[in-house]
Ligand binder design. Structure first.
Ligand SMILES: *Cc1c(COP(=O)(O)O)cnc(C)c1O
Length: 398
């Protein structure tokens, strides 16, 4: 008998909404034209692309020309950061970038990549709840700063940054401001005017759209060099035949996410708070990571002292429950999450942490089932756990 899957890993990805799939289907078959073709099939595809662009622009409070479709959130982040940094360098504006210690790797590794080509970077710290202090941004800005990239909401701990305030600081210094809003979509307002942002990243698969399609908002007048060269698609800012079904799906998913946002926030935050309260009450020596109030409605991240989060994930998986840990397991050694370490957790505490992220189809009964299992699982793991030790440094023999 196969058990039901309880997906508490919505921050990693979401299943396609059936209505979104329905909107996409014709563009794989009867309407499979290339938007660059001048015949009627091409024009139909171009119309679908325009409609999708108009819808995304409307949700962001932007214009159609300011929307670039990409293959992912990672590509949108790469385009925003490399595209602006290189355009600014070309104009002799400088080579200094500012980002934060808790960004997604698609931002952090892109900044590191540019550092290898002569850019300098200031990585802003966060407080123990994962919040960036606006005064730190203010202090980090320099005459040669060419771009600031700070995420809207964190994927691991759900912390929501004061984006409008951070954006106002950048604007006062005339520095372009990019935000990775991937986790915010569907939960938080996305209007680029209220947020004071010049570039904003989205990806469809985090809000019940298809995988492999993202979008970048770029404010009119923001210097940007394409990072994929070739044809003239996306107003010469991103070459390659457009993923028409994917883009149609992104727009349909964004529309649905906006339509149900109020319900979604209430639904998810009820489940979130039920889970947090239940765990803190029933599992001793457990702490909540991230901020209690400035938090995404669907995010729960908990440190279970004395265990490895990955072991708990395996036990949960045996019951059909999917969750996640921030640590990446490479060659048998656990890398503590850079986000949790930036919040001041010890490597032991970081490795003991598990993220649960709820979504539209999760019910209170699912949370209650998890709560009946967790206390015993954690107790079992604690009973067999060896005290955590840092790995021994490798001795080099002369
Ligand atoms: C998932 C995620 C990304 C990457 O998006 P992809 O479409 O999977 O490349 C970027 N930033 C954040 C905050 C994310 O959660």
């Amino acid at each position: 008998m196969s058990q039901r899957t309880i997906d508490l890993d919505h921050a990693a990805t979401t299943a396609l909404d059936p209505l979104v799939l329905e909107a996409m289907l014709p563009y794989f078959t009867e309407q499979a034209g290339n938007p660059s073709s001048i015949h009627h099939q091409g024009r139909a595809a171009l119309q679908a692309l325009d409609d999708a662009r108009e819808l995304v622009a409307a949700v962001l409070g932007a214009t159609m020309r300011e929307i670039i479709f990409t293959s992912s959130g990672s590509e949108a982040n790469n385009l925003a950061i490399k595209g602006v940094a290189l355009a600014q360098q070309q104009r002799g504006k400088g080579r200094h970038l500012i980002t934060s210690a808790i960004e997604h790797h698609a931002v952090l590794h892109t900044v590191e990549y540019l550092q290898a080509f002569g850019f300098e970077a200031t990585i802003l710290p966060v407080d123990r709840h994962g919040l960036i202090r606006p005064a730190d941004l203010q202090a980090a800005l320099r005459p040669d700063t060419v771009l600031v990239s700070l995420m809207y909401a964190n994927n691991e701990i759900g912390t929501i940054q004061p984006i409008a305030e951070l954006g106002a600081i950048c604007r006062a210094h005339d520095v372009p401001f990019h935000t990775d809003a991937v986790q915010a979509a569907g939960s938080l307002p996305l209007n680029v005017e209220t947020l004071n942002v010049d570039l904003l990243t989205l990806t469809a698969h985090k809000f019940y759209g298809p995988k492999g399609v993202g979008a970048l908002y770029v404010r009119r007048g923001t210097p940007l060099l394409p990072q994929i060269n070739g044809g003239g698609q996306e107003r010469r800012r991103r070459a390659g035949t457009e993923n028409v079904p994917g883009i149609v799906g992104l727009a349909a998913a964004l529309r649905r996410a906006e339509e149900r946002r109020e319900w979604y926030v209430a639904h998810c935050s009820n489940l979130r708070d039920r889970l947090i309260a239940g765990v803190l009450e029933q599992v001793p020596n457990t702490q909540l990571n991230g901020d209690l109030r400035q938090r995404l409605p669907n995010n729960v991240n908990l440190a279970f002292a004395g265990i490895e989060g990955e072991s708990l994930l395996l036990l949960l998986d045996q019951h059909g429950i999917c969750a996640s840990s921030g640590s990446a397991c490479t060659s048998g050694s656990l890398d503590p999450s850079h986000v949790l370490v930036a919040c001041g957790l010890t490597p032991e505490q970081a490795i003991s942490s598990v993220r649960f992220s709820v979504g539209k189809d999760i019910t209170a009964a699912d949370i209650d089932l998890l709560l009946t299992l967790l206390p015993d699982m954690v107790a079992r793991l604690r009973a067999v756990a060896l005290p955590y030790r840092e790995p021994e440094p490798t001795l080099s023999v002369a």
